[in-house]
Design a protein around this ligand. Structure first.
Ligand SMILES: [Zn+2]
Length: 227
């Protein structure tokens, strides 16, 4: 690998210590500079901006910085989602500000384009039953809600209002039919049905992984045309 001889490559795996608020993070230079223009400039060696012990002070919230570092290390977008509360938009807004500060374009556009919405798929289906449905055993990602759904239907009415004949024209005899006198033989009635709504929440991990960066850090400082 000829590229390994480039000066940038030789220092790419050098440990870097960052002081963020009251916490200290240690990582390698290539993790930080791969996608962040902020760290590429900070660690370029052009400025003497390290503290006396060689670490760097970063003015950021350490809890939020942990997500930034996780992203820079592995390229996995953070998922701030809770099944009961849904997405944590406030946290994404904070992370967006950090992504802008550290100049991480892909993370910034993923949040601004609400890419996180594709990470969780929610499918809702509702079925209506005439009889009480059996209670389902479901997996942990499925919520089942049982409800009453009122419906209307036409029902046959007996002209003599004999309850037993209601809904059963065949039970009415001649005396019933003679009593009809042209009156309506149907009426609408409201009746309860059972509605079962299933909500299935599925995590789509592939939508949280950033595609491989096009540029390879090893070619820093080298003109690819000369290789
Ligand atoms: Zn009848």
């Amino acid at each position: 690998m000829v590229l390994r001889t480039s000066p940038a490559a030789m220092t790419a795996d050098k440990p870097v210590t960052l002081r963020v608020g009251d916490r200290t993070f240690t990582t390698i230079k290539s993790s930080l500079t791969g996608e962040s223009d902020f760290f590429a400039a900070l660690l370029s060696g052009r400025w003497d901006n390290a503290l006396e012990d060689g670490s760097y002070f970063i003015d950021a919230d350490p809890d939020m910085f942990q997500h930034i570092l996780n992203y820079l290390r592995r390229g996995v977008f953070p998922l701030f989602y809770d099944e009961a509360k849904g997405f944590d938009y406030a946290r994404y807004v904070s992370l967006l500000a950090e992504a802008r500060y550290f100049q991480i374009r892909r993370l910034e556009s993923w949040i601004s384009n609400k890419g996180f919405l594709d990470a969780i798929q929610v499918i809702r289906t509702t079925q209506i039953h005439d009889d009480a449905p059996p209670v389902d055993v479901t997996s942990a990602n499925t919520t089942v809600t049982y409800d009453v759904a009122w419906a209307t239907r036409k029902v046959y009415i007996c002209p003599r209002w004999i309850l037993e004949h209601r809904g059963h024209r065949e039970k009415c005899g001649r005396r019933c039919h003679n009593a009809r006198n042209g009156a309506n033989d149907h009426e609408e009635e409201i009746y309860p049905r059972f509605s079962v709504t299933k909500k299935v929440v599925t995590f789509q991990p592939s939508n949280c992984v950033a595609p491989e960066p096009e540029a390879v850090g090893d070619t820093d400082g080298l003109n690819p045309g000369l290789l």
